[in-house]
Write a protein that binds this ligand. Structure first.
Ligand code: MV4
Length: 445
């Protein structure tokens, strides 16, 4: 087992990794930017090294500074968390070159899922369902029009280098194609320095359901059930839960099998997630694979009573996994608490937390790096914590969530708590009656 892990991240996920390391008897090294010198991950780690100025490019994305911190502290592994360098194949390679274990996939595994078209081709070969569409990149508007006629409108144009909805355009009829094709390409080029776009049938009102998987260094891969992440706003997830209210045992088995096939196709090792679009007829289609621990991993941990960070560290250290699949034993919901004003288009609201009271009691978990007096810097994402509740039934988990949200007191900044309070009382949400379009029709009272 590793003796010392450097955590190349900040905020709640850095703290989350430190907690498990402490339980495992592994020493930790925090790295931090000058803006984060008073952060909890710096205080709770065994050692801390400043790696640069506030901007991410100068600190949490600065590979030479992070490698120097690992070398001077004699760390034998690096945990990248999520975001920043977590899916950076070059960083994974540099760690390997320096004899430091990257707790995550190899460069080949990251690259194998990096490009959307390559990933899709790999999935077709592996027998994983994908959304019907064209093969390869579109070469011209005329080709786009021809293909759309064949597939049938509506269609969606997607950037092959894409993510987060950038370079994506839905096209309902032929006369919209020229403009959509041109803007999708230029947006993709500007965002990813790669203007390649491809076409799929547009799946209307889908759900976003993802399967957690884990694979070890010996080729054993298992699934750990699903998370429903359909409650999103502008491609930012706000609420996640497990099990999905849309799930049934047969669909879970079929999606779990498909997820294992997907991960096997790239000989995946580590924990990871296969994202699927699921339509109203319960057809499901591979969307993308995330080769990292995700923000929403906690709901899975709670419903199967399993520490995913511990599993990820053990896999990286060469331990075999049990190979069994896991079914949810409880219901868990996670609300992302962001420093944003839900009454003002979710505008970021950094600043000093003057008063803080976090909820507790039966069925409540809080993962947060916030404390009274903490100043949220404006340079990074606005999530300041995750509130997770769990209970025997979905309805009880929602009621516990509402109760816990009402106990959560954060003063000095605006947060997403009022949004979540309203959502937990929403009739359609409570019925499990929602798709990825749900928040388009949601307004704050
Ligand atoms: C789609 C789709 C409908 N049909 N693909 C959005 C982000 C990117 N990863 C894939 N996305 C979508 N792809 C087809 N063929 C609808 C979306 C989509 C979406 C997906 C998951 C969660 C929220 C979403 C919000 C808008 C659109």
């Amino acid at each position: 087992m590793f003796k010392k892990i450097l955590i190349a991240n900040r905020g709640e996920i850095a703290l989350r990794v430190i907690r498990t390391c402490r339980e495992m008897g592994i020493k930790t090294v925090a790295v931090y930017s000058t803006a984060d010198k008073d952060s909890l991950h710096v205080k709770f780690a065994n050692e801390a090294v400043c790696i640069g100025k506030p901007q991410s490019a100068d600190s949490y994305l600065n590979i030479p500074h992070i490698m120097a911190a690992a070398e001077i502290t004699n760390a034998d592994a690096i945990h990248p968390g999520y975001g920043f360098l977590a899916e950076n194949a070059k960083f994974s390679q540099i760690c390997a070159d320096h004899g430091i274990k990257f707790i995550g996939p190899t460069p080949a595994m990251i690259n194998g899922m990096g490009d959307k078209i390559t990933a899709k081709e790999t999935m077709i070969k592996a027998g994983v369902p994908v959304v019907p569409g064209g093969e390869g990149l579109l070469e011209s508007v005329d080709e786009a029009k021809r293909l759309a006629k064949e597939i049938g409108y509506p269609v969606i144009l997607k950037a092959t280098a894409g993510g987060g909805g950038k370079g994506m355009r839905v096209v309902f009829e032929e006369r919209e194609m020229e403009k959509a094709y041109t803007t999708a390409r230029s947006e993709a080029g500007a965002s990813f320095k790669n203007d390649g776009v491809y076409m799929e049938k547009f799946v209307e009102e889908p759900r976003h359901i993802e399967i957690q998987i884990a694979g070890d260094q010996y080729g054993t891969i298992a699934h750990l059930s699903e998370r429903d992440c359909s409650i999103q706003r502008r491609h930012q997830k706000l609420v996640e839960e497990s099990p999905s209210p849309f799930m049934d045992p047969d669909l879970r088995q079929r999606m779990g099998d498909a997820a294992i096939k997907a991960a096997s196709a790239i000989n995946y090792e580590s924990v990871g997630t296969i994202e699927f679009l699921v339509d109203k007829h319960k057809n499901f289609y591979f969307m993308e694979m995330n080769t990292r621990i995700q923000v929403e991993h906690c709901v899975t941990e709670e419903v199967i009573n399993f520490d995913l960070i511990k599993e990820q560290i053990k896999i990286a250290a060469g331990y075999p996994i049990s190979g069994r699949n896991y079914e949810p034993q409880l219901h868990a919901i996670e609300c992302r608490i962001n420093a944003e004003d839900p009454y003002n288009d979710f505008r970021p609201s950094p600043g000093k937390i003057t008063v803080l009271h976090q909820p507790g009691g039966h069925g409540v978990r809080v993962d947060s790096h916030a404390y009274a007096g903490y100043v949220i810097p404006p340079y990074y994402d606005s999530m300041i914590g995750k509130l997770i509740t769990m209970a025997q039934t979905r309805e009880e988990a929602i009621d516990t969530m509402h109760r816990a949200l009402s106990e959560y007191i954060i003063e000095g900044i605006k947060t997403t708590i009022p949004f979540h309070l309203q959502l937990m009382k929403d009739e359609n949400f409570r019925k499990g009656n929602f798709t990825t379009k749900f928040l388009e029709g949601f307004t704050m009272e």
